[in-house]
Design a protein around this ligand. Sequence first.
Ligand code: HEC
Length: 157
Amino acid sequence: MLKWFPWVLSAVLALVLMVGLYLFGVRGSVAEGDDGRTAVLLSSAERNLVLSEMRGFLESVQEIIDAASRGDMKSAQQAALRVGRVDLKDLPPSLLRKLPIEVKTLGLDTHRKFYQLGKDIEAGLDRQKVLPRLAELMNNCVGCHAGYRLDVEPKGE
Ligand code: HEC
């Protein structure tokens, strides 16, 4: 019995670690929203931060459409690259822990797609191809909004 103890202990610890990772990093801090979507529960400051990032996305989309329709590819490129990066170091760790893994993945992928669009415009992407690329990228916006919303967490959490 004693000789199995370290193995049993390791297995239990691994399980605890996995459950911990799941609860904090994968599942995030969520509740069922009253509109059928998953509500991510954030502090008011964290929610404001995410929403201001969202408004940055919307501004870039507007600018890319405007610039590309005028043939101003330099401005289109700049608007795409402006939201093309996010430094995880700049985000509060508490926010990263509360966002479900799917939201983190889709969010990062959206930044990455803007970055790639900016780089491709820089490399001479045809003006006609900008809108289809934007339409494709915006499936991320639509998909995430359909599944998630942001609520302020109840006091005391
Ligand atoms: C990974 C998930 C995700 C992606 C990707 C995403 N959003 Fe959002 N966005 C959200 C959530 C969640 C909210 C809050 C919605 C709510 O609470 O009803 C939001 C809110 C917004 C808002 C409202 C901002 C405010 O001030 O209230 C805008 C505008 C917005 N998103 C634009 C976009 C655009 C444009 C894109 C794509 C380029 C995008 N979002 C991609 C999750 C996402």
